[in-house]
Design a protein around this ligand. Sequence first.
Ligand SMILES: Cc1cc2nc3c(=O)[nH]c(=O)nc-3n(C[C@H](O)[C@H](O)[C@H](O)COP(=O)(O)O)c2cc1C
Length: 432
Amino acid sequence: MSAANARLQPLRPDELDADQRRLYDAVLASPRGQGGARRLMLRDDETLTGPFDAWLRTPVLGEHLERVGMALRTDTVLPAAAREIAVLVVAKAWSADFEWWVHGLIARGEGVPEDAIEAIGQGRRAELEDPSCQAAHDVASEIVARRRLEPATLERARDALGERALVEVVTLVGFYQLVSGILESFHPPGPSDDLPVIGLPPMAERAGIDLYEGASTTRAVRRLRPDPIPEDVLRRVLRAATWAPSGGNFQPWNVVAVRNPDRKQGLAKLYREIWTEYAAQRRALISPMPDDLREPAERMLRAGDHLSDHMGEAPVINVFCFHPERVHITDASLDRPSVVGGASIYPAVQNLLLACRAEGLGCVLTTLLCSREKEVRELLEIPEPWATAAFVPIGWPVGRGHGPISRRPVEDVVFADRFGTTLFESTSEVTA
Ligand SMILES: Cc1cc2nc3c(=O)[nH]c(=O)nc-3n(C[C@H](O)[C@H](O)[C@H](O)COP(=O)(O)O)c2cc1C
């Protein structure tokens, strides 16, 4: 946060009245004002950073709040690492850069693993070995995301933390939401130019990825983690699907976003049956091929095996359904397989894939389950005459996720004016 964005002019010590001075002194006398940490609290001109300068405007209230903040660190039984994880979850939810930065430093000092901090920064569920850290993480995440605590989360946290620490986490989440509100309302500048606030990872990677970059790296990601997808992310990617064009703008499709574990397992069981047969046929076909052709195909099949074994664990399986009577199929009477109907549905699927790419979510378009439409209809209570067009499991990738793709070059694909005449010379590489 730069001084230019500050909405309150920081108060220097010589400007303070007696009440304000008492709060100012209390902040610097507390453990957070000692040693190296003092540099984070105090600017060169001796004004206070964080929420404290704002609280100087209401110093009596500020004094109480300062004491609560300190008590949450010194008078609690909640382990320090668990505490800092909960603060980071709140900072992420509020996009509160200053809080994220200061508490990231404290969290590292308390031994919070780097990959957990990274996961929280990316809005994923951190996997923590320490049960009290995991409980604090899950409680904080649920409160900030859903504004309530589900009974199962509560019971797990009670077991891991005990009731005192559990209440402390919930209290702490409330307190740091208050602090975040102050920081995000008043944008206090950071401590100094040579100590820059390193805030949350930019949203650009997820929300503002270049279209060409995204489209050229959206590939089938079949290894997905079971971690839940935040509701707002799910809404964003599915809203992107609704932006797709369709014949007459009829939008003849709906999506069933399947999150229920039993229904997901039902789909997964059906999928496994078809995949097993399909993969055996493919392996028989590729077995005589030379290694350089067989190996990529085998790699794809291995990834497919993984998806088939774990599809039910994907956090969401999106089932695209369509209404056959709302699709104007202009090639229906031709003596060849009709494809035009799908053109009012699959652009929406592709929009979903691209949006997942932009969010860092793995995804894969699958159609094998369409052959088991009757069972899928029963499982998901899809009424006649609605039919199924695509099944798209999505989730945070296990490995690298999206990346380079292998496709025919544009020179081979595009013709000039008549079929067969090349439009682009093979050397004409035009980059985005
Ligand atoms: C119409 C269609 C149906 C597909 N069906 C499946 C499927 O049922 N299961 C699967 O694992 N992948 C499926 N895929 C993914 C393709 O196998 C994948 O996009 C292709 O092999 C290219 O791989 P890449 O996107 O990773 O480069 C399907 C893709 C499309 C476009």
